[in-house]
Write a protein that binds this ligand. Structure first.
Ligand code: GLA
Length: 735
C-alpha cells in the first residue's frame, strides 16, 4: 500500500508489518527520509526530519545552507554542494564540474512493478505489489533521477532502484550511482556481513559500527568469494528470534559497495550500489542509465523473520522458469570423480552404476571440449573433443538417456585461454589494457563481453552444443576475477563502462539461453560460490555454493548462505573422502544429511567408493524424495549455530501448513559424559501435537509431543557416538 498526503507532502509505504516514509520539504522540494520501521497507523511523522532543530537551521536560511545539507536525512543524497557525508550519485559535466543537488519534481503511484531494462530484478503483479516513482531533477546540470520504490505488502519487503537521465544538451559522466540509501539515527548498531574466500564463502560476521565509514565491497568484477552484496544494521540485542534489523541485498552480480557511515550527529547513512571504483558512464543528451535493484527488509523480530522475508521474496518474486517450484533431478557430477581424465567409457560406467542406485542425472564437468586436458588451455573452443567423447556427444547423451538418466554439461562461457584457437584468431577479444600483458589467473583471461560480436560468437557456440543433443542441465562457471580493465571496442571516455557492460552481457546471454532452452536447469557457479547472489538467481534457480564439499565446512557456508537465500537454491553434493579440499574424513551418512539441506547430488566416482558407502546411496535417494518438497518449500529456522557455539549445528524446516517439519542436527566433535542436547523447536502450530521420529537412530522410538512443549521445553537429542555425526528428526502433525 502506498499513499500520498498532499497537504503534508508525505509518502507512506506500508507492508503488512512495516512503514517507510518520505517527505518533501517546503517550497524547496528537498526529498527527505522520515522513517523506516515497525508499521505506523498515521502519516504524521514529518517532524522526524528535524528541519528546524539545532544544529540545524531553517532550510530557507541561505547563509547556513551548508550545515542544512550536511545533516538533512536525504532520501537520495548527492555530492559537491554541502553534504559532506558520502553521496549516492556522482557526476562530472562536460565542463568538468561535479556539484549536484536533486529536488522533487513529480511522482507517480502505480500497481505492480515495472521491469528494469537489461537487469535482473524482483517482479510482481498488481495484487502483489505497488510502486512509487519519485522524479527529481537538478536543473543546473540537466539531470533527472527517478527513484523507484516497490512495496511487496504481504512479504514485508521494499525494493529500490534508480534511473538517471541526462536531460541537458551536453554529455555528462556518471561517476557513481548507488541504488539505495537510508539516513537514520544510529542506535548503537552492529553490522552483519558475509565474508569469505575461495572454499570458505559467506561466513557470517558481526561487529559494532563506529564513527566514520565502514563498508564491504567488491571490485573484482563479480559479487565475489570475499565479500557479499549484503549488509544489515542490527540492534546490539538482536538475536535469531528478537530485535531490529535493517537489511539490504543487491540484485546484482558485479562490483558493489555496501556501507554504513556514522556521522558527527550520530546519524547513520546506510547505502548500497555499484562500486564507484573504475566506474564512469557517459550519458549523451537524452540517454539514461538504469542502476540495479536493492531489496530492503526491516523487522523487529530477529534473524528468523528477516530470513523468512528474503526466502519468500526470492522463491516467489525472483526465481523463474521450469524448476522454480519443482524438485531437481539428483545429479552426479564427474569433477571430483575424474577431474580431466575421462572419456565416454568412464562416464558411462559412472552413469550405469549411478542409475542403479537411483541417481537421475549425469553432469559432465570441465574437460570435454577442445584440447582441454588440463586447466591451462582451450577455454573459448566449445567443440566436443571426440578423442575423449568417442562416438560424439549425441551418442553419449543418448546412452545416458537410455539408462533413464538426464544429461547435463559444464561451460565457462565468459573466459578465454591464451592457448586456444579462439585467442589465436581474436587476441583482441580478451579484456586487456593495450600494450600491457594481461594478468592471468588459472592461466586464463576474461572475454571482453562489452563487445556484442564476442557475446554473439560465444552464445552461438554454447547454443549449438545444446542443440546437438538432449542436454537438460547446464553448469555455467566463471573461474577468475577481472583485472586489467580495458576494451578495444570502446573509446577512451567509455573505458569506465567495461565492468557494468560485462555484467549486462552476462545477463543478456543467460536470458537468451533460458528463452531458447526453457526446459533447461541452469546452475550458476563461480570457482565455487563467488557469484551466489540475487542477480544470478533471476536466471538460475540454483547456484553451486562452494568448492568446499566437506560436510563440516559446509555447515558455516550453508548457514551464511541460508541467512538470505532459500535452501532450494543451494548447490550441495555428497563428495569423496578424505575430502579433496581439506583431507577431512566424515561419515558418508553425515555428508548425505548435510547435502540434503540443498539441491542434493553426488560428486564422486560411484564405481570406486567403498561398498558400504555405495549401499547407503539408495536410502539417501529415498530421503531426498521423501523430504525435498519440505526442504525446498518449507519455512527455514535456525535452531543453533556451529559458527557461534563451535560444537554443533541445528536447523529446521516447517511446511507452510505446519503439518510437517524436519530438524537436522549435526554434532561436530563428540563430548564425553554429558547429557543429551535440549533443542527448542520453532514454527510449529502450538495447538497441535506432533509425532517425532528420529529418522536415522534406530534405538529411539517414535513419540508424540505437544507443539508448545517442543517449542518451549524443547526436544532432547541424545549425543550421537563419535565425531561428525548427524541426525534427522521428522515431525508430523497428529490429528
Ligand atoms: C570450478 C567449479 C568446480 C569445477 C571446476 C572445473 O572450480 O567450482 O565445481 O566445475 O571449476 O574447472
Amino acid at each position: 500500500m502506498i499513499s500520498y498526503n498532499e497537504q503534508e507532502r508525505i509518502f507512506k509505504l506500508d507492508t503488512a508489518n512495516t512503514t517507510y516514509m518520505i517527505g518533501i520539504v517546503d517550497e524547496e522540494n528537498f526529498v527527505g527520509h522520515i522513517y523506516y520501521g515497525k508499521k505506523l497507523k498515521e502519516a504524521d511523522a514529518a517532524y522526524l526530519m528535524r528541519i528546524d532543530e539545532p544544529p540545524f537551521v531553517p532550510s530557507l536560511n541561505n547563509r547556513e545552507r551548508c550545515s542544512f545539507y550536511d545533516c538533512f536525512p536525504f532520501e537520495y543524497p548527492t555530492a559537491g554542494v554541502g553534504d559532506y557525508r558520502e553521496g549516492c550519485i556522482g557526476i562530472r559535466t562536460a565542463a568538468g564540474h561535479v556539484g549536484c543537488m536533486l529536488t522533487y519534481v513529480s511522482h507517480e503511484i502505480m500497481e505492480g512493478k515495472p521491469a528494469l531494462s537489461g537487469l535482473p530484478a524482483t517482479f510482481g503483479d498488481a495484487k502483489e505489489c505497488m510502486t512509487l516513482k519519485l522524479v527529481c531533477e537538478d536543473h543546473y546540470v540537466g539531470l533527472r533521477v527517478e527513484l523507484l520504490y516497490t512495496v511487496f505488502h504481504e512479504i514485508d519487503a521494499i525494493t529500490r532502484s534508480v534511473k538517471v537521465t541526462n536531460i541537458g544538451a551536453d554529455h555528462i559522466y556518471l561517476t557513481k550511482v548507488y541504488s539505495a540509501c537510508i539516513d537514520m539515527d544510529n542506535r548503537n548498531f552492529d553490522m552483519i556481513s558475509l565474508h569469505g574466500s575461495w572454499a570458505r564463502e559467506r561466513h557470517i560476521q558481526r561487529k559494532a559500527i563506529g564513527y566514520g565509514i565502514q563498508n564491504v565491497s567488491s571490485f573484482r568484477g563479480e559479487s565475489s568469494h570475499q565479500d557479499h552484496p549484503f549488509l544489515a544494521l542490527v540492534d546490539k540485542n538482536t538475536t535469531q528470534e528478537h530485535g531490529e534489523i535493517y537489511a539490504m541485498n543487491f540484485v546484482y552480480s558485479g562490483n558493489f559497495r555496501a556501507q554504513a557511515e556514522v556521522t558527527q550527529f550520530d546519524s547513520v547513512r546506510m547505502t548500497m550500489g555499484i562500486h564507484p571504483e573504475n566506474f564512469c558512464w557517459k550519458l549523451s543528451s537524452k540517454e539514461s542509465f538504469q542502476a540495479p535493484e536493492v531489496v530492503m527488509v526491516y523487522t523487529d523480530q530477529g534473524f528468523d523473520a528477516m530470513t523468512t522475508t528474503f526466502h519468500k521474496l526470492y522463491k516467489n518474486h525472483l526465481i523463474r522458469g521450469e524448476y522454480k517450484n519443482k524438485k531437481r533431478p539428483i545429479l552426479i557430477n564427474n569433477w571430483e570423480a575424474t577431474y580431466f581424465e575421462f572419456d565416454t567409457e568412464k562416464l558411462l560406467s559412472i552413469a550405469k552404476e549411478a542409475s542403479k542406485l537411483g541417481i537421475e542425472m549425469l553432469v559432465m564437468d570441465d574437460g570435454w571440449f577442445g584440447k582441454r586436458n588440463s586447466d591451462n588451455c582451450a577455454l573459448g573452443d566449445w567443440k566436443v573433443n571426440e578423442e575423449k567423447i568417442k562416438g560424439g556427444l549425441k551418442y553419449l547423451v543418448d546412452e545416458v538417456n537410455k539408462l533413464g538418466m538426464k544429461f547435463g554439461i559444464w561451460f565457462e562461457p565468459e573466459m578465454i585461454s591464451p592457448d586456444s584457437d579462439l585467442y589465436r584468431e581474436h587476441p583482441d577479444w580478451a579484456i586487456a589494457i593495450p600494450g600491457r600483458p594481461g594478468t592471468q589467473a588459472r592461466q586464463q583471461l576474461v572475454l571482453d563481453l562489452s563487445r556484442q560480436e564476442v557475446v554473439d560468437c560465444i552464445y552461438e557456440q554454447v547454443a549449438s552444443v545444446l542443440r546437438s543433443a538432449n542436454i537438460e542441465y547446464v553448469k555455467w562457471d566463471m573461474n577468475r576475477q577481472l583485472t586489467d580493465i580495458g576494451s578495444s571496442g570502446l573509446p577512451a571516455d567509455r573505458q569506465g563502462e567495461v565492468y557494468h557492460r560485462y555484467m549486462l552481457a552476462v545477463y543478456q546471454m543467460q536470458e537468451r539461453l533460458t528463452q531458447e532452452f526453457p526446459y533447461l536447469l541452469l546452475e550458476n557457479c563461480s570457482g565455487g560460490g563467488a557469484r551466489f547472489d540475487p542477480g544470478m538467481l533471476y536466471y538460475s534457480p540454483q547456484i553451486w555454493c562452494s568448492d568446499d564439499t566437506d560436510a563440516i565446512e559446509r555447515l558455516e557456508i550453508q548457514e551464511g548462505t541460508a541467512l538470505i537465500y532459500p535452501l532450494s537454491t543451494m548447490g550441495a553434493h555428497v563428495s569423496d573422502c578424505p575430502n579433496h579440499a581439506l583431507k577431512r574424513v566424515t561419515p558418508f551418512e553425515t555428508r548425505g544429511i548435510v547435502a540434503l539441506a540443498g539441491t542434493f547430488g553426488y560428486e564422486l566416482d560411484v564405481t570406486r567408493i567403498p561398498q558400504e558407502d555405495r549401499e547407503m546411496i539408495p536410502s539417501q535417494v529415498e530421503l531426498y524424495h521423501k523430504y525435498n518438497d519440505l526442504v525446498r518449500e518449507g519455512d527455514y529456522y535456525r535452531l543453533a549455530s556451529y559458527s557461534q557455539n563451535r560444537q554443533f549445528d541445528c536447523w529446521q524446516v516447517v511446511s507452510e501448513d505446519k503439518t510437517q517439519a524436519l530438524v537436522t542436527f549435526v554434532q561436530v566433535l563428540n563430548r564425553v559424559n554429558f547429557k543429551s542436547r535440549r533443542i527448542l523447536l520453532k514454527g510449529l502450530d502450538e495447538n497441535k501435537q506432533y509425532q517425532v521420529e528420529f529418522v536415522n537412530e534406530n534405538s529411539i522410538k517414535t513419540k508424540i509431543y505437544h507443539a508448545d512443549t517442543l517449542m518451549n521445553g524443547g526436544l532432547l537429542i541424545p549425543y550421537p557416538q563419535g565425531d561428525f555425526q548427524a541426525r534427522l528428526i521428522f515431525l508430523t502433525e497428529v490429528n
